[in-house]
Design a protein around this ligand. Structure first.
Ligand code: HEC
Length: 163
């Protein structure tokens, strides 16, 4: 074996040893990295339960807030509003400015011919709707959520203010 081939073999084995050294070093680190990865995935800070919990809480919270009024509505109807409140919530849309031929609140001249029909007729018109000479009044003023008592209270309020 001459000097040249000897140094080539020496070089190759040095490279081989370096390679083995790196390989072993690399694999020796793997268990640590696996532990680390598992720690981040399952560990205290961000375990599966931990990560889905806020979502579950939000769902429960919104279900509770959404469920609350429904539960109350089933248990007891909302307290009936008085005539003025019903008027302000619904009837005001037409009767305040006299929209669509509606008699204006407080206008005795416009209301006279309606008041002359008698309260029972006015209740019936407000509850069922009426097609008059000046325009059409939708049933319950177009708000079916109103109870009959609330509509009648609103009629009482409007008539009292307009005669
Ligand atoms: C979309 C518009 C509109 C709304 C909202 C509305 N009205 Fe009317 N209302 C009218 C019109 C138009 C007339 C006139 C009908 C006519 O010529 O007889 C009228 C007439 C009436 C009359 C007289 C009916 C008759 O037989 O002479 C009463 C009472 C009345 N409305 C009550 C109400 C009450 C109570 C509400 C709210 C719950 C309400 N209105 C909401 C349009 C409306």
């Amino acid at each position: 074996m001459n000097k040249k081939s000897y140094s080539i073999i020496l070089g190759i084995s040095a490279l081989l040893m370096l390679f083995i050294f790196l390989l072993v070093g690399h694999h020796r680190g793997i268990p640590d990295r696996v532990r680390l990865d598992r720690g981040t995935l399952l560990g205290t800070g961000s375990s599966v339960a931990e990560r889905i919990r806020p979502v579950a809480q939000v769902n429960i919270a919104s279900a509770e807030t959404q469920g609350e009024p429904v539960k109350n509505a089933a248990a007891a109807p909302p307290p009936s509003r008085n005539g003025q409140q019903v008027y302000q919530s619904t009837c005001v849309a037409c009767h305040d400015a006299g929209i669509a031929g509606a008699p204006k609140l407080g206008d005795k001249g416009q209301w006279a011919k309606h008041v002359a029909k008698g309260l029972d007729t006015l209740y019936a018109s407000a509850l069922n709707g009426v097609q008059g000479s000046t325009g059409a009044m939708p049933a319950k003023g177009g708000n079916p959520a109103l109870s009959n008592a609330e509509v009648r209270a609103a009629v009482d309020y409007m008539v009292a203010r307009s005669k």
